[in-house]
Design a protein around this ligand. Sequence first.
Ligand SMILES: Cc1cc2nc3c(=O)[nH]c(=O)nc-3n(C[C@H](O)[C@H](O)[C@H](O)COP(=O)(O)OP(=O)(O)OC[C@H]3O[C@@H](n4cnc5c(N)ncnc54)[C@H](O)[C@@H]3O)c2cc1C
Length: 580
Amino acid sequence: MEVTAHDILLIGGGGAGLRAAIAIAEANPRLDIAMVSKVYPMRSHTVSAEGGAAAVIAPNDSLDEHAYDTISGSDWLADQDAVEIFVNTVTQEMLRLEHWGCPWSRQPDGQIAVRPFGGMKKERTWFAADKTGFHMLHSLFQTSLKYGEIKRYDETFATKLLVDDGAVQGVVAIELSSGKIRAITAKAVILCTGGCGRVFPFTTNANICTGDGMALAYWAGAPLKDMEMMQYHPTGLPQTGILITEGSRGEGGWLVNKDGYRYLQDYDLGKPTPTPVLRSMELGPRDRLSQAFVQEMEKGRTLKGPYGDYVHLDLRHLGEKKIDEKLPMVRELCLNYSNIDPVHQMIPVRPVVHYMMGGVSTNVNGETPLKGLYAAGETACVSMNGANRLGSNSLGELLVFGARAGAHAAQYVTGAPEPSARLLAQAADEEKRINREYLNRTSGGERVAVIREEMQHAMESAAGIYRTRKTLEEGAVKLAELKQRFMAVALDDHSRTFNTQLTSVLELAGMLEIAETIVHSAIAREESRGAHQRIDFPKRDDQKFLAHSLAYGNAQGVPRIEFAPVTITRWPPGERVYGR
Ligand SMILES: Cc1cc2nc3c(=O)[nH]c(=O)nc-3n(C[C@H](O)[C@H](O)[C@H](O)COP(=O)(O)OP(=O)(O)OC[C@H]3O[C@@H](n4cnc5c(N)ncnc54)[C@H](O)[C@@H]3O)c2cc1C
């Protein structure tokens, strides 16, 4: 087996991975950095972010207000030390990104333009039209190319972390073009593998968002934090789940039910006004808007379509000029995927799984409890998003905490031990396992696609926008059955070159674990908070659950759930008030 050695290894070439790589190169140009990515970095999910990235820049705004909005938005589950670091650093990160080439949209007088976003008291979301992630990823990628010390392994799939003497020291990975399995060792590994929306059937997330890094960390013994906190975004296109950005409501779009009525006024989110009011109506937070949709559906006031119930997003009053200037991609997506022109027609939308607030548990430096293992971006839970992320906080998060994880890992490797020769035996075992369980197995009754689909539907029924102990326990039973059946999974394709069935089965193995952590964390949290709404426990319970859930793998196969306190610095838990 081919073995290569580096100082620091990044898994993931999206926004978080690239930002971390640049931070390492800046911190110590002598370090040998490697980046493994299962897709070419420019195809990472960050590229599809539309609406923008929040950072205080307007003269009437303040860091404390950004912190308060984030904390109340999180339903007080965010760690406030992490939020403070975030708001204090993110503006500087955004300006650096501009110096690296990111074309932020501007006002006519040349100032950075900002748009309103859900749950934010002030206009503070920077944007590059509605292709923000595309421009951010390009700027980060081209900047990373300046650093020759960043060696890339593109289209290479990490399957296992190598751990020796309690320290993470590399990965086993498959080079997808040849099927060659290799060991890549390093003194520190940073997971930047993105979200896991594909655990659910209907999501805005790309096919590659299968949470691989969360599974890698969990298998290696690291806990996953707050996994019950899966965010639904209120406006996806019904058939495909393609996102219609919150920016479209930021620019003044309305949500109306089957009677053309702006129903959010019935859900304690304020009243319609001639001009949009921040933190009100359509500019409320995502959890509340998604929950209002379900209640509206139960009242029989949504529309019925071939892909389920939906409501309308009305942009017509914004006019063609504004739509083309501020929301060109929304028009393009609606025309291409729904044959609808938002200049003249209302857009059918419904809530769709969008973002995992939980993830690999880290501190504010990106360190996980496992020595040598770091995580940043959507795969990590630092936690600044708590029970509900505010739209446009994630792109800033991956800059701030990607950079911190990189800088910290650069310091750590200076005194860290050289990877041990014993890792090679582990890597050889992993190669044998992949061959035995997937590539060489020709018989077996179970198919990847069937198990994946059953898992996704089980997750929607068990752990959707509203949950109960009964739905969750049924989900847990179904997942246990699927894990059992997965042991007999067999592939049709045994070739080595770009074997997409092989990557699918590896992804599914991880998703089954992640699904279990979501369901079992949700069973343990007997309260309703943010994205986690239990019909059987409808109130927030700060006495018992002002705490992060931590899911640990264990020998019985079912995760063990523990709770750890939330860090409160300056904002004691309070009521979440919107529309007033
Ligand atoms: C449609 C959409 C729109 C969004 N819009 C916004 C927005 O406007 N504002 C905002 O703040 N947030 C937005 N978000 C959220 C935000 O874009 C993401 O949370 C963020 O981009 C994630 O970045 P990341 O670097 O953590 O992961 P990603 O960009 O997803 O990158 C993950 C990387 O990990 C690699 N990888 C994964 N598994 C493996 C493996 N097994 N082996 C090797 N490599 C692997 C992939 O190849 C990829 O390079 C949006 C999300 C979506 C889905």
